[in-house]
Design a protein around this ligand. Structure first.
Ligand SMILES: *[C@@H]1O[C@H](CO)[C@@H](O)[C@H](O)[C@H]1NC(C)=O
Ligand SMILES: *[C@@H]1O[C@H](CO)[C@@H](O)[C@H](O)[C@H]1NC(C)=O
Ligand SMILES: *[C@@H]1O[C@H](CO)[C@@H](O)[C@H](O)[C@H]1NC(C)=O
Ligand SMILES: *[C@@H]1O[C@H](CO)[C@@H](O)[C@H](O)[C@H]1NC(C)=O
Ligand SMILES: *[C@@H]1O[C@H](CO)[C@@H](O)[C@H](O)[C@H]1NC(C)=O
Ligand SMILES: *[C@@H]1O[C@H](CO)[C@@H](O)[C@H](O)[C@H]1NC(C)=O
Ligand SMILES: *[C@@H]1O[C@H](CO)[C@@H](O)[C@H](O)[C@H]1NC(C)=O
Ligand SMILES: *[C@@H]1O[C@H](CO)[C@@H](O)[C@H](O)[C@H]1NC(C)=O
Ligand SMILES: *[C@@H]1O[C@H](CO)[C@@H](O)[C@H](O)[C@H]1NC(C)=O
Ligand SMILES: *[C@@H]1O[C@H](CO)[C@@H](O)[C@H](O)[C@H]1NC(C)=O
Length: 746
């Protein structure tokens, strides 16, 4: 019968609400009252409870702090027809097959073949600090930084256990979630889908903000309305990819950069992922994030456990900018393990755009010498240095053979590197540091490795092994492949003074032999990253994947820097770097000055403009041949390096305020404010010439209103004046820029 709510269902609703009257204090990071739970941050509250009738976990709140103990009971109903109570509730761990018709967080094929699950609350415990996720990257912190709640759920019918982990970093308003599933039964089960995080938000209008792209145009912001039905994106490439980033934000329609509510979600994972946002029939919005279910189908035998990567959820009531700053500081301090995360970066010069594949030890040493003479601190030798039987002199041979090319380096690589590191940097007591390029996960069929181990590449039976960029992907899920990579790199890194490694990855995965390869590959890759980054802690590791194809938190756990994009055009880079900064700290971004006309866009911009854009990235450098530069440009390099070195500590450790966006303004601008607030640096750009309009006024943000700031060592203004009246500058023609220093007066 449709039309009127049945009395028994109304009773159920009342029982649900009764459970909520219990008081949950907001004083400690985790407070529990009966079966109600609250995670409390400085500016966030995340609450849920156990439903008395169903023992299901019901979400109550994810947003700004609630100051009262009691939570206003939600009004559900009347329930009439198809969608039962379970399909109307805000569920924390939605399973499949019992009347919740929305997208599930968990989908298991039981040993009997069913895909129904019924997880019920059993118990919970609170852990000090945060346990590491076994085999996966994860945020970390001690008991003063983070607290963890584990909720144990159990499906009595299938004997499957699920542990839901919730950690709160109060200072960053961040809740980190992950799930593990253990098969406690006697038969085999298959995990078809297991989201790291699923959260139901109340009935309200929301927009969704995400990053899309492709090779050479990563990090493009997209904002769209969340509408009825499921909308989402993901990656099936085997990696996080350029196409979409494993991040999204839900915002209210009125939220801007500097105002309004923003919920940010970021997956700490480098493999294929999936984002699903579903506005369901009653208007609630469900958001789920996790490994891509198309590439899972994970068999779980009796006693075995499957663990998801973790997902970080951040809440901001200070707009999208506030959300980004919380991600930035959380990731700098509690995700990136490298000691270099917040250290100044030596200005580098990479050989690729200067020499490509065409070099020998004399010409490379010459380029290194020129770099040192210009004040460059770190010289990076890119592709082409390896391969004996199949020398890497073109891109169709040598990958996999990580032994120096004896024709190019007749005295051996260590001796050559010694000569590079003996070079003195001009006007400095430093010697030049040396960095080297690798692409360890790949192999060319033209290689000794492939001839010895054709079975080591990813392949599906007799399907053709499709080549991309003439190369195949090694099956890093295999321990023998992991060990091969670890040992080949160790032999090189252990025998020469190498301070930096660029770890590239230039194609997606095809012909996976089984769906779960994606996750198994990542466990293998993380073992390799962990082993090498622990074995060589003094190496600065920079991730790269045809540019920003793996700009994700999983890589950042081990590598403090990631090359942001192969597009080095400065105008394009403003958009790419601002987009990437939605979630990732600028300290992590590799950004270099390259030659003009730009190889990707044919655009010509001044060396100053190119350098100013690149200085907004933590890992600043050059990707060009100084010998081919116009003399005027070359003469500016020492000054550019001096400026980059002055700016770098503020960019690497400070807070970024995106003052105006390249999508919205001809004058994009960003302000970086040092951690202690004593210094700030403004980057301000004009894209197109401004013909007979007034000059815009740029109002700063994030300053101390009462303090005085000296602008470029000249005039002094209060923070209030700078934030309310603003600064005004005049620009000259297309592609002009300013870098302005602010110093807080004592
Ligand atoms: C916390 O919330 C208050 C009140 O909305 C706001 O003024 C403040 O800027 C917020 N702080 C952070 C770090 O989000
Ligand atoms: C699960 O089943 C056992 C007996 O098989 C029973 O004692 C227990 O109460 C059940 N637990 C739940 C949560 O239904
Ligand atoms: C599952 O997760 C819980 C909570 O983090 C942890 O205590 C437990 O050891 C995990 N189980 C396995 C087998 O990893
Ligand atoms: C579970 O899977 C394993 C490995 O495939 C197999 O050896 C075993 O027979 C299976 N057990 C059952 C009960 O089907
Ligand atoms: C290295 O290359 C340069 C330029 O091609 C050439 O002049 C020189 O003879 C080469 N040196 C050796 C040792 O091959
Ligand atoms: C080194 O110092 C000299 C003299 O001050 C200056 O002309 C030159 O440009 C400087 N070179 C670098 C690389 O800083
Ligand atoms: C292997 O090298 C040869 C000789 O350079 C080249 O013709 C061939 O295309 C290469 N094969 C592949 C698969 O790249
Ligand atoms: C290294 O420098 C020494 C001494 O100047 C020189 O004899 C040797 O040929 C150089 N080797 C390389 C590989 O550059
Ligand atoms: C140096 O290289 C040799 C030969 O490849 C290797 O046997 C040795 O283990 C390496 N040394 C270190 C410290 O890695
Ligand atoms: C200092 O400010 C004055 C007044 O705006 C200006 O004329 C002058 O050029 C500035 N000097 C510097 C070094 O920026």
């Amino acid at each position: 019968m449709l039309g009127s709510p049945s009395p028994s269902r109304l009773a159920a609703v009342l029982a649900v609400t009764a459970g909520l009257v219990a008081s949950v204090g907001a004083t400690s990071p985790i407070s529990v009252s009966g079966k109600s739970f609250a995670l409390n941050g400085d500016n966030v509250s995340y609450r849920f409870h156990v439903d008395d009738d169903s023992s299901d976990l019901i979400g109550d709140h994810f947003g700004g702090p609630a100051t009262e103990d009691g939570i206003f009971p939600p009004i559900i109903g009347p329930i009439q027809g198809w969608v039962d109570l379970i399909g109307r509730q805000r569920r924390e761990f939605p399973d499949l097959g019992r009347g919740d018709f929305r997208t599930p967080a968990v989908h298991i094929k039981q040993s009997a073949g069913y895909t129904v699950s019924e997880f019920k609350y059993q118990s919970h415990n609170i852990v000090k600090g945060k346990p590491a996720l076994h085999g996966l990257p994860s945020t970390f912190g001690d008991a003063g930084d983070v607290s963890t709640l584990v909720v144990h759920m159990y499906d009595n019918y299938s004997s499957v256990a699920a542990d839901l982990t919730y950690s709160i970093f109060p200072k960053y308003d961040a809740v980190v979630r992950s799930v593990n599933i253990t098969n406690r039964g006697k038969g085999n089960i298959t995990i078809e889908k297991l989201a790291s995080l699923s959260v139901d938000l109340p009935y309200e209008e929301l927009d969704m903000l995400e990053l899309k792209g492709d090779w050479a145009r990563e990090g493009m912001r997209v904002r769209r309305k969340v509408d009825y039905g499921t909308q989402g994106f993901g990656s099936t490439t085997g990696y996080s990819s350029h196409l979409h980033n494993p991040f999204f934000s839900l915002i209210t329609p009125t939220t801007t950069e500097s105002q309004g509510e923003a919920w940010g979600f970021s997956l700490v994972y480098t493999g294929s992922f999936s984002v699903e946002v579903e506005k369901a029939s009653q208007g609630l919005t469900r958001a789920a994030l996790g490994v891509n279910p198309y590439q899972l189908s994970w068999p779980l035998g009796p006693g075995e456990t499957f663990t998801t990567p973790e997902a970080v959820a951040v809440f901001s009531n200070t707009g999208v900018g506030g959300m980004s700053r919380k991600f930035h500081s959380l990731y700098r301090k509690h995700l990136i393990k490298s000691k270099f995360a917040t250290q100044m970066h030596p200005v580098l010069l990479n050989s690729w755009e200067g020499l490509g594949f065409d070099y020998n030890d004399t010409t490379i040493l010459h380029l290194a010498q020129e770099s040192a003479d210009l004040g460059v601190k770190l010289f990076v030798l890119d592709d082409g240095w390896f391969g004996v039987k199949y020398p890497r002199i073109t891109d169709n041979a040598g990958l996999g053979d990580w032994v120096a090319n004896p024709t190019r380096f007749p005295q051996g690589l260590p001796e050559f590197i010694d000569n590079v590191t003996k070079l003195k940097v001009a006007n400095s007591s430093d010697h030049l540091q040396f960095g080297l390029w690798f692409e360890p996960e790949m192999v060319n069929p033209n290689s000794t490795l492939y001839h010895q181990h054709p079975d080591w590449v990813i392949h599906a039976g007799s399907y053709p092994r499709t080549l991309t960029r003439n190369q195949l992907v090694l099956n890093v899920a295999l321990p023998e492949v992991q060990n091969f990579i670890i040992e080949s790199l160790s032999n090189i890194l252990g025998n020469a003074s190498i301070s930096y490694v660029k770890w590239d990855n230039n194609r997606g995965i095809h012909e996976a032999p089984y769906p779960g390869l994606d996750y198994a590959y990542m466990l293998g890759l993380y073992r390799v990253f962990e082993t090498l980054s622990t074995r060589f802690p003094d190496v600065r590791w920079e991730g790269c994947a045809s540019g920003g194809g793996r700009f994700d938190p999983g890589v950042l756990q081990y590598f403090p820097h990631i090359w942001t994009s192969d597009d080095t055009d400065a105008v394009e880079r403003i958009r790419i770097q601002f987009g990437t900064s939605l979630v990732y700290p600028p300290s992590a971004m590799g950004a270099h000055v390259s030659a003009v006309p730009n190889g990707q866009t044919q655009r010509t911009t001044s060396i100053t403009f190119r350098a100013h854009v690149a200085m907004m990235g933590g890992s600043f450098g050059f990707e060009l041949n100084p010998a081919k530069m116009p003399d005027d440009d070359k003469a500016q390099i020492p000054d550019i390096i001096a400026l980059a070195e002055k700016v770098n500590p503020i960019v690497v450790k400070g807070d970024m305020w995106r003052l105006s966006l390249p999508e919205e303004s001809n004058w994009p601008a960003a302000l970086f404010i040092s951690e202690d607030g004593s210094q700030a640096v403004l980057f301000y750009f004009q894209i197109k010439a401004n013909i007979n309009n007034a000059w815009p006024v740029l109002r700063l943000q994030g300053l101390d209103a009462a303090a005085k700031y000296k602008i470029d060592g000249n005039q002094t203004f209060s923070g209030a004046t700078l934030m309310n009246i603003g600064l005004q500058y005049q620009f000259n023609g297309d592609y002009d820029s300013k870098v302005v220093f602010l110093e807080k007066q004592r």
